[in-house]
Ligand binder design. Structure first.
Ligand SMILES: Cc1cc2nc3c(=O)[nH]c(=O)nc-3n(C[C@H](O)[C@H](O)[C@H](O)COP(=O)(O)OP(=O)(O)OC[C@H]3O[C@@H](n4cnc5c(N)ncnc54)[C@H](O)[C@@H]3O)c2cc1C
Length: 393
């Protein structure tokens, strides 16, 4: 995708964590960036998620490898004083309540060990010493000490501020503008904006463009926020993550809707309890049945939660794919278009890493790390179709 100017003008569609990270790296490299959002920064999944920057939870293979690099990048951004106070390291505790689940986390331990990730197996007594108050149903656990946490909307705001980019709010992109098999800009509610490169980072709403509706699957997740169980610090050393959460990640094609429990102790002293995985659901409502299921599960695992008050519930939509991998890379048929979407339940973790890669591509550079496994080519094979007329998609 050769770009004639040294400093191209890049239009980024979407001001979630991926769009913000892309803008940050582009701006740092000297490019001109315009970020457009249909609503406002973090209006999508970024503002309705948990903040696990987690390797412990990842499917073995490319997602686990990328998550390790993504977590390192968070630490680097802290050292560079970009994400000061916004990212911290903490352990994740995977837990099992049945023998079958013990086998699931034992297999995860083998995969994490294989990647060189430190882990510690905990029988029930050892787990109880680290997390006093655990329910009687918990049999064993796995501690993954070097995981991390960051809140998506805070990271997004910081990256945009550091990039000195003010997104255009309430400016939905209606169509891509093309000429001679090249995307040359976007049609927005406020008129046409021309660009050297367009980055599609619109989360689940990317489905409206270039046939992505055939590859992407919405998965709603409901979350519950409690009042403070502790003041000025997290009430537990790290999140309690169920083996069923792992199992759901390992089988991305599963169509059924489930609750895969995570009890996340926030630094405010509150708990974030989640979440559901509701396949094919696009609305952002919460419902009593699902909230009740999450609460029942959470109290079974950690009975002291019964003392807390629920102060809020909310839902977000994960942008998922059949193979459980994001869609990140140059569009195989349309020059000038880079896709950065389908981030699954992993976009807070992977967002800065993906943004860095997209910025490299937009500047015509190769990127490290190797994100070829995420390339849209696996879905969008070049077919020699004729895009020769000036057109909108
Ligand atoms: C319940 C839940 C829990 C999660 N927990 C975690 C977690 O613990 N760790 C983790 O790593 N990830 C987690 N995730 C996933 C994570 O939130 C997402 O992967 C990530 O936020 C995706 O970011 P994004 O920038 O790709 O998309 P989004 O945040 O969805 O941003 C897309 C933006 O594009 C805008 N937009 C849409 N259409 C248009 C248009 N036509 N024109 C202009 N703008 C447009 C939207 O308004 C939105 O602001 C969770 C998700 C959910 C739902």
């Amino acid at each position: 995708m050769p770009v004639s100017r040294a400093f191209p003008h890049v239009v980024v569609i979407g001001a979630g964590i991926v769009g913000a990270a892309t803008a940050f790296y582009l701006s740092r490299a000297g490019a001109k960036v315009t970020v457009l959002d249909a609503q406002a920064p973090s209006a999508g999944a970024t503002g309705a998620s948990d903040g696990a920057v987690s390797v412990a939870s990842k499917r073995p293979g490319v997602m686990m490898q990328l998550a390790r690099q993504a977590r390192d990048l968070y630490a680097q951004l802290v050292r560079e004083e970009v994400l000061t106070d916004l990212f911290h390291t903490r352990p994740t505790y995977l837990f099992a309540r049945t023998e079958q689940e013990v086998a699931v986390i034992a297999a995860q331990q083998r995969d994490l060990d294989h990647q060189g990730e430190a882990t510690l197996w905990l029988d029930r007594a050892m787990l109880m010493r680290r997390v006093p108050g655990l329910g009687g149903s918990v049999l064993a656990g796995l501690k993954v000490p070097r995981d991390g946490h960051a809140i998506g909307y805070q990271v997004t705001n910081r990256l945009l501020a550091c990039a000195n980019v003010v997104p255009l709010r309430q400016t939905p992109v209606l169509e891509l503008v093309t000429a001679n098999k090249r995307v040359i800009g976007v049609e927005t509610s406020a008129g046409r904006i021309l660009a050297d490169v367009v980055v599609l980072a619109a989360g689940i709403d990317s489905m409206a463009f270039v046939g992505l509706d055939k590859m992407m699957i919405p998965r709603k997740g409901q979350l519950i926020v409690t009042d403070r169980a502790a003041f000025g610090h997290a009430a537990l050393p790290g999140p309690l993550m169920s083996a069923s959460y792992l199992a759901a990640k390992h089988t991305p094609t599963a169509q059924q809707s489930t609750v895969t429990l995570v009890i996340d102790p926030l630094r405010t002293g509150q708990f974030l309890l989640g979440s559901s995985r509701e396949t094919g659901v696009l609305d952002r409502q919460t419902d009593i049945r699902t909230v009740a299921t999450i609460l029942r599960e959470a109290i079974d695992v950690y009975p002291p939660l019964a003392r807390q008050r629920v102060i809020r519930t909310f839902a977000g939509i994960r942008a998922t794919t059949e193979d459980g991998l994001p869609i990140v890379g140059r569009h195989p048929e349309l020059d000038g278009l880079i896709l950065a979407t389908g981030m699954q339940g992993d976009g807070i973790c992977l967002g800065p890493l993906v943004g860095a890669a997209v910025a490299h591509w937009a500047l015509g550079q190769d990127c490290v790390p190797d994100l070829s496994a995420l390339s849209p080519v696996r879905f969008l094979r070049p077919c020699g179709s004729d895009h020769s007329r000036s057109d909108v998609l």
